[in-house]
Design a protein around this ligand. Structure first.
Ligand code: PLP
Length: 421
């Protein structure tokens, strides 16, 4: 209670939104001065053709790889785009909006009591500001001081097999990562400098200590635990599963399978820690997270994306994704020497996948060269090779637009036949 009062005072004092709300009648003021969004067909100049990428000479690709940030993540839901446009029509206090959005998201996800959410600029930002909040609490001196950790805890424990490029966002706070492997290593590693225990969800199978056990041990040692579950929806239940399991904080991408704004993510967890994370984040100045601005549009867009995601028929979607793969599979396996099989990765991009392999004595091109040839074809198609430890070309279909599975099937058949010996 004491904490939340302090937090609210600090975030609200000096923020214009609250003042505007009390001094004016915003609806009346704004309705006369604000323009409605322009329908796409009325655009003149840049964008008039309807394809901004073509206008810039940038190649668009058919995405058979999945929710890759480097390819643009996912295609935002149209209703999210519409709500973001509505969000751009007014000024608000961003901290006030963040708190209200967190409350709404916690209700939508039916998070256990005492938990809330923060819309961040992505899962990577959620990792950095979540840890920053654990380190600083609500101490303004500490917040301004990061990444200088003088006076704060300075170590984060991680299983060796869980190290990955995204732990840069943890190291950016100034902490040192302490790598462990066994439960015994963990017991020895915990000390008064330990700030957090980090878990990389996609590495669950690789580490000795599994996801539920990690949360349990963090309670035993009284150290907050964090889970990076950025790409780990579907299933949709993962949005609350880890909080229920006992994770103090969890990070998700908004711009992957949830199909929210590309520059959005979620930090979900304990109210006090989420509040400290916001204090370390934009729009607050002199903070580590000021560079991770999240706009009012992304915040409202993220709520809309979650609303849509939660109400979708996930089983029907799964069937449609499988159907698209079957279109490709049945076409390519008609080429002599080609076989195809289905698989679903346990975690991350947990959707139907297809692996296409062929007898090298009958088709001379390597999967690597086939992947490059598709990338350089017109239209350009992205199908990776060697993913998930597999030898062949792989693909999934959940980021395809209607009919693209037929284009992929046609191009693949053409390429494989052209290389038949
Ligand atoms: C994509 C991803 C991130 C980063 O998420 P953003 O939303 O792009 O910031 C972090 N961790 C993992 C495991 C990811 O797959």
């Amino acid at each position: 209670m004491i904490f939340s009062e302090k937090w609210q005072r600090r975030t609200f004092l000096g923020s214009l939104g609250a003042l505007v709300g009390t001094l004016f009648s915003p609806r009346k003021l704004f309705s006369s001065s604000v323009a409605a969004p322009i329908p796409a067909e009325k655009i003149i100049g840049f964008g008039a053709t309807g394809n901004v990428y073509q206008e810039l000479g940038v190649t668009t690709v058919i995405n058979g790889q999945g929710t890759m940030t480097v390819l643009g993540g996912s295609l935002m839901r149209p209703e999210v785009e519409a709500v973001m446009a509505l969000g751009s029509l007014h000024f608000v206090s961003v901290p006030e909006l963040e708190i209200a959005a967190g409350k709404r998201i916690a209700e939508m996800l039916k998070l256990p009591q005492g938990n809330t959410a923060l819309v961040t600029s992505g899962a990577a930002a959620a990792m950095q500001s979540g840890l920053a909040g654990i380190l600083t609490g609500d101490n303004p001196k500490f917040i301004a001081q990061l990444p200088d950790l003088t006076g704060m805890k300075s170590e984060v424990i991680i299983q060796k097999s869980h190290r990955n490029p995204f732990d840069h966002q943890l190291r950016s706070t100034g902490i040192k990562l302490i790598e462990i492997e066994s439960q015994e290593d963990l017991r020895k590693a915990v000390n008064p400098k330990t700030a957090m225990m980090h878990f990389t969800n996609f590495a669950n199978a690789a580490g000795q200590i599994k996801v539920a056990e990690w949360a349990r041990l963090s309670k035993e040692y009284n150290v907050p635990c964090f889970i990076d579950a950025a790409a780990d929806t579907p299933p949709v239940s993962h949005l609350w599963d880890y909080t229920v399991m006992g994770y103090d904080l969890a990070a998700f991408s908004g711009g992957k399978a949830i199909r929210g704004p590309q520059c959005a993510g979620l930090l979900i967890g304990r109210k006090d820690l989420v509040a400290y994370a916001l204090l370390n984040n934009s729009p607050h100045e002199d903070t580590l997270g000021r560079s991770q601005k999240v706009g009012k549009e992304e915040i409202v867009g993220m709520i809309k994306a979650l609303e849509s995601y939660l109400s979708e028929d996930h089983e029907a979607l799964n069937k449609e994704w499988q159907r698209r793969l079957e279109v490709v599979s049945s076409a390519v396996t008609k080429v002599p020497g080609v076989s195809a099989s289905y698989f679903v990765p346990d975690i991350a991009n947990h959707v139907p996948h297809l692996e296409i392999t062929w007898d090298p004595r009958r088709i001379s091109i390597t999967p690597h060269d086939a992947s490059s040839a598709l990338r350089n074809s017109k239209p350009s198609i992205v199908l990776p090779e060697g993913e998930d430890g597999r030898k062949g070309l792989t693909m999934n279909s959940f980021m395809l637009q209607p009919g693209e599975e037929k284009i992929i099937a046609g191009k693949l058949v053409e390429l494989l036949k052209a290389n038949a010996v």
